[in-house]
Design a protein around this ligand. Structure first.
Ligand code: ZN
Length: 454
């Protein structure tokens, strides 16, 4: 495919990602409740997600699955009977997990319950009160400042009741039972970059992974932040030993450059892979115990080899956790680039390896094997350059990823070069750490279906 065709395909793909994020955007999600179920239903229309329901009150490590929250309506009605703060207009207008209430208040009491952002007077803040029973509203500073003294009525028609926490899971089985984990959270209401971008990219990535047979098995978890990842960890503790690599996906649609955040140990294979995926188009940052699900996955009791792929980091863009994190903040091209980086990461996970040059004394003659352009130029083409790098570095010690780092060439180009050199009898793969292979029945060669594991 030429560059123009590739760019057109990226754009089409980016638009599809944006369209899916737009379908997810209006849903009022929280850490439990029907918003999460509806979200998982939409994702489940595209990939065969298995939905798990974990009852309220279930202990998960030092935490407990909370009561389930659902909301029907909420508003602050002014003395003239107008809904001046209205959940029906934007679901950020109510503090998430607000308990039911119906109160008559004067203006100072209303203001105590009303959050706004004076520095950005047209944006509604996003606020939650998951673990402390409370209720409240959010609005723009401009609308708040326009409120006149008088008697107001604040109504929240919500329910906090025994129910369950919902998360979705999907496994694409590979030849090995070694797993790659992708984790994204699904608990934010109408915020586009934070979380719909992650959900859209993760869904498209799962579809793409399932299109061809894979060496590793891939597990996708769509769960609410913190309590959802803790719940998943508690229910899957014995499975964690199979996780070889993992990535938390989130904040993948804003125009900022890509960021790879390292795992807790900072020297796992995923850290080299993630750094390679963003090199030249983004940056790598060190681990910190703040952020998304890596807080739990990389807690010392698990210390999973899990990094995070993000564009602007959490809190790193002004629209973060406000109504300005909307569908105009996320772009088709940023979403497409993020998905492309995820695919690159999968390609590296699947195909990195070390090789030995079988003709290491001097350069082998590539021309007579049809591997070198017949007409010599001032500079070798990229394909020739890739041959030279792979041949030079393939002493059994350097992996393709090492060569990518050193040469500045793309992993994809080096992998293609290694394949051609191998076919020409100049290279042999060595020391490939075969992932543990399942029983022969699972060793399917033909297309990998998206499957379900118990
Ligand atoms: Zn967030």
């Amino acid at each position: 495919m030429n560059d123009g065709a590739a760019a057109a395909q990226d754009l089409a793909e980016g638009r599809e990602l944006h369209a899916f994020a737009s379908r997810l955007f209006p849903i009022c999600r929280s850490i439990t409740g029907n918003g999460v179920r509806e979200t998982l239903r939409l994702i489940g229309e595209r990939v065969p997600l298995v939905r798990h329901e974990v009852p309220s009150g279930t202990r998960v490590f030092d935490w407990e699955v909370p009561l389930e929250w659902n909301i029907e309506d909420a508003a602050i009605v002014d003395p003239d009977g107008r809904r001046v703060v209205d959940f029906a207009r934007h679901n950020l207008h109510v503090v998430s997990y607000s308990e039911p209430t119906d109160a008559v208040l004067d203006l100072p009491q209303v203001l105590q319950r009303l959050h706004a952002l004076p520095e950005t007077p047209d944006w509604i803040p996003y606020r939650t009160s998951y673990y402390q029973r409370s209720w409240g509203f959010c609005t723009t500073a401009r609308e708040r400042d326009a409120l006149r003294p008088g008697r107001y009525r604040a109504q929240v028609k919500s329910s906090l009741a025994r129910g369950s926490l919902t998360y979705g899971e999907l496994v694409v089985p590979g030849r090995s039972r070694d797993e790659v984990l992708f984790f994204t959270h699904v608990c934010h209401p109408s915020l586009a970059n934070d979380n719909t971008s992650g959900m859209a990219v993760a869904t498209a990535l799962a579809e793409w992974i399932a299109k061809e047979p894979r060496r590793y098995s891939y597990r996708f978890v769509f769960a609410p932040g913190t309590i959802g990842s803790l719940t998943w960890l508690a229910r899957n503790e014995r499975r964690l030993k199979h996780i070889r690599h993992g990535l938390v996906l989130g904040l993948l649609g804003d125009p900022g450059a890509l960021t790879y955040k390292r795992s807790r140990d900072e020297d796992r294979p995923i850290d080299a892979i993630g750094a390679c995926a963003v090199s030249g188009r983004g940056s790598t940052v060190g681990f910190s115990p703040y952020g998304y699900d890596e807080r739990q996955l990389c807690s010392p009791g698990f210390n999973l080899p899990v990094g995070r792929l993000t564009r602007s980091v959490n809190g790193g863009y002004p629209e973060y956790h406000t109504s300005a994190d909307n569908l105009s903040l996320i772009t088709a091209s940023a979403l497409a680039e993020s998905l492309g980086a995820c695919r690159d990461i999968v390609e590296m996970i699947e195909h990195d390896g070390r090789y030995r040059n079988l003709s290491p004394k001097g350069e082998p003659r590539l021309g007579k094997r049809g591997l070198y352009g017949a007409v010599g130029g001032r500079h070798p083409g990229r394909r020739e350059e890739a041959f030279l790098w792979v041949l030079n570095q393939s002493d059994g010690r350097h992996s393709l990823l090492d060569i990518a780092r050193r040469s500045g060439l793309a992993f994809r180009e080096l992998r293609a070069a290694a394949g051609e050199l191998e076919s020409a009898g100049l290279l042999r793969r060595v020391g490939a750490r075969a992932p543990s292979v399942k029983g022969s029945t699972a060793r399917r060669r033909r297309g990998t279906r998206i499957g379900r594991k118990p």
